[in-house]
Design a binder for this molecule. Sequence first.
Ligand code: AMP
Ligand code: MG
Length: 404
Amino acid sequence: MSLAKQYFPLMNIGVERALELLAEASKSVGTETLPTGEAHGRVVAADIKATADVPPFDRSPYDGYALISADTANAPVTLRVIEEVAAGSVPNSSVVSGTAVKILTGAPIPFGADTVVKFEDTDFTAASVTIHKATPRGNLVPRGEDIRAGSLIARRGGFVTPAIAGNLAAQGIERIEVYKKARIGIISTGNELISSGSGAIRDTNRAALESAVKRIGAVPIFLGTASDERGAIEKLIDSASADMLISTGGMGKSDRDFTLASFENCGAILKIRNLDCRPGGTFAYLELERKGVNVLCLCLSGNPASAMTAFFAVVQPGIRKLCGQADWRNTRCKVILAEAYGKASPVARLLVGSIDISSGRVMFTCSERGKGSVSSFDGANALAIVPENSPPLEVGTELDAYLI
Ligand code: AMP
Ligand code: MG
C-alpha cells in the first residue's frame, strides 16, 4: 500500500517504515550562495559541470626536453635546443625533427613534440641535448586528464569537500549554491528540570540533542523548558520559528503528560505513535502546517538514552534529508558481537555500541547501560538491530547495524 493511502496515526511501526514516511514529508530547506572558500562541509544544492578541460593544454610532467619520440629511436642522439619554456609561458617554436625545446614542469608542450625526457636522463649544454635511450611517445600530461569539460564536478546532495573546492577553483568558479542549514527547535519538558528543590535534575537531553544536531550540520535552537502544566508546551510551540521541532519528555499516559496533546492543540497532525523497538519506542511524529511549510515534529521520551536512540535511528536521517543530503539514511552494515548479550528481546532492540574494524572483521561491543543513561553513547558509533523474539545472543552473532 502506498504511504499516501495509509490511515494515520500508524502505531508501533518499524524504524525503516517511519523513515520512509518522514523522508517523504521532509522537503529540503531553501538554498543560499556562498564563496566556495566558506562552503566546506555544506550540502551542494545543484549539480555543477566543468566548462573547461583541466589541464587546459598538454603539459610537461617534469623539467626536461620536449622532442619527437621517433628522433630517439637510434639513441644516443643529440638534438638542437631551439627554445626554453617555463610554466606560465607559451612556446613560440614548433619542434621539428632534430630539435628539442627545454621545458619546465607544467609548461605547455610545444607544437610538434610528442614526448618529454627528464633532465636527469640527458646530457645537455645551452645549445644541445643528448638523449641516451629510445623514448616512447606520450611522456606528457594530456589536456583534460584531470577533468573533461562537461563532466560533473559537484553533485546535488553531496558535501563540499576539499576535492570539490579544488575542482571548482580549477574552473574559476568562486561561488556555490548550497542548502541552508536546517533550524531544529528543541523543547525540554518536566517540572524536575525547572525545580530548585531536591527532586531537581539537570537537562541532559537539551545539551545532547544540541550537540547531535550540530554534528550533522544543522542549527539547534533551544526553545525553552515547559513545566508539566497544561498550556506550557503550546506556548513554546507557538513561539517557534524552525524547520523541525524536537521535544523530550511528557510522553507517558499520566495526567501530567501533555506533550502529544499540546502539539495536537497547536494544529499538528499525528502520523506515527510509537516505534516497535526498545529503547526509543516512546515516540511520536506529527506534521504542523506553518505559513505553508510542513514542520516535522518529533516527540521523544524524556529518558536520555531512549531519546538519543530514537534521535539517531529516525530523527538524524530526517534532519539530513531536510538539509538536502542525498545520502540521508544511516549507513547499514553487518556486525559481529564481540561479547555475549544476556537479555532476550521479545521486542526488536537497538543496541548502542561501538564498532572496531582493526581485526579486519566488523566487531561490535555493546555499551548499553540503562534507558536513563546518556553515557551509553559515549564513544558509540553504531546501533545494532536485534530482531524481535531473539533469545540472549552469543559471542559471534551477526547482526545488522546502523552507523550513527
Ligand atoms: P518523561 O518522559 O517526561 O516521563 O521522563 C522520563 C524520565 O526522563 C524521567 O526520569 C525524567 O526525569 C527524565 N528526563 C526527562 N527530561 C529530561 C531531560 N531533559 N534531561 C534529563 N532527564 C530527563
Ligand atoms: Mg516528564
